[in-house]
Write a protein that binds this ligand. Structure first.
Ligand code: IPM
Ligand code: MN
Length: 380
């Protein structure tokens, strides 16, 4: 019996999680898995109604559970950073989910924006560090306009309908934000990347950084990469600067097997990578602590513009659900879900808006469940 915390979150979160859960439940029936879902209301609605973001008591409760299944976070009604930092990042940090694993795979039948690339060409993993770098939240702003009384002045002038043109050069406002990585934090993620290469029998690990400019932080990253890689003599290694990898992802995605990256660059390049695999609608991910509670969520966000219209693609969330089952050791169920989704994608009869079809969120979920049952019948 698994206890899974369910956090649907904002925007399309609830509708995609509903389908993902439905698929997992169908697989659970087939593979005799027992799941107890514990749903939490955290997200913008809850915040706007109650002022509560994510209380420590909920995290404490989740400590005893087996995993978290997460939809999406973000709402235009809330200033950027509040929900993201206080719900999503807080969870990643609290459970020390130091790996953000993002498989990049072009599935058969999924339209690829790159010319002449087929599923054989796009098949790699981005292993994103998930607890350090510029995400640690150390920073500050000084001599802000408010500090200098500018806002008050502006308001008065605005009320008096007097046009103002501030002399920006006279303002001294400053801000800083610190990126920090540690040797152990870097070691563990790079080691994970090499172990994954070994497990998948992939012969190349690519390290991403910007060691030509941010020489301190990514200088340490490189030192650790060299050290760790020396323990894996059969695996080829290379360093690539983050700007260059955005170009290479488009030019020769087939080169990549395992890409290991610091947190912020990993955030950026996985949106790009998601596009080459056919879009955010199919891109799955997992925030993993191999020794603790992990959280599975699609790479995409809450897509408020299409929320509630029943047109979002639940595929990424469903794949993330398969990653969760795989992580829990339910390998057969995970494979079965993957196969079912792949079937739906390759047949292309039931296809959501983002992939050029007009099936609803629910129809896609239903079709995956249908395929899951068919595959199962064929197996036994
Ligand atoms: C992601 C998201 C998050 C991140 C945001 C919502 C905090 O963009 O999971 O990629 O930056 O990690
Ligand atoms: Mn992102």
């Amino acid at each position: 019996m698994y206890n899974i915390a369910l956090i649907p979150g904002d925007g399309i979160g609830p509708e995609i999680i509903r389908e993902g859960r439905k698929v997992i439940e169908a697989a659970s029936k087939i593979f005799a898995i027992n799941i107890n879902w514990i749903e939490f209301p955290f997200g913008s609605e809850h915040y706007l109604r109650t002022g509560e973001l994510l209380p420590d008591s909920a995290l404490k409760e989740i400590e005893d559970m087996d995993a978290i299944y997460f939809g999406a976070i973000g709402d235009p009604r809330v200033k950027p950073g509040i929900l993201e930092k206080e719900i999503l990042l807080k969870t990643r940090f609290y459970f020390d989910q130091y790996i953000n694993l993002r498989p990049i795979r072009l599935y058969k039948g999924v339209p690829c924006p790159l010319k002449n690339k087929s599923p054989e060409d796009i098949n790699f993993y981005v292993v994103r560090e998930n607890t350090e770098d510029f995400y640690i939240g150390i920073g500050g702003r000084f001599k802000t306009r408010a500090d200098q009384g500018h806002l008050e002045v502006l308001r008065k002038l605005y009320k008096a309908k007097i046009q103002v043109d501030f002399n920006l050069e006279q303002e001294e406002e400053m801000a800083y934000q610190i990126g920090l990585i540690s040797r152990p934090g870097t070691q563990r993620v790079i080691k994970y990347a090499f172990e994954l290469a070994k497990k998948k029998n992939f012969k190349r690990v690519t390290s991403v950084d910007k060691a030509n400019v941010l020489t301190n932080i990514y200088g340490l990253w490189r030192d650790v990469f060299v050290e760790v890689s020396s323990q894996y003599p059969d695996i080829e290694t290379e360093f690539t600067f983050v700007d260059a990898i955005t170009m290479f992802f488009l030019q020769r995605p087939e080169w990549y097997r395992i890409v290991v990256t610091p947190n912020m660059f990993g955030d950026i390049i996985t949106d790009l990578a998601a596009m080459i695999q056919g879009g955010l609608g199919v891109a799955a991910g997992g925030n993993i602590n191999p020794e603790g509670v992990s959280m599975f969520e699609p790479i995409h966000g809450s897509a408020p513009d299409i929320a509630g219209k029943n047109i979002s693609n639940p595929t990424a969330t469903t794949f993330s659900g398969a990653m969760m089952l795989d992580h829990l050791g339910e390998i057969s169920a995970a494979r079965a879900i993957e196969n079912a989704v792949e079937k739906v994608l390759s047949e292309g009869k039931v296809r959501s808006n983002d992939l050029g079809g007009n099936s609803s969120t629910q129809e896609v979920g239903d079709e995956i469940v249908k395929k899951l049952k068919e595959i199962n019948i064929k197996c036994f």
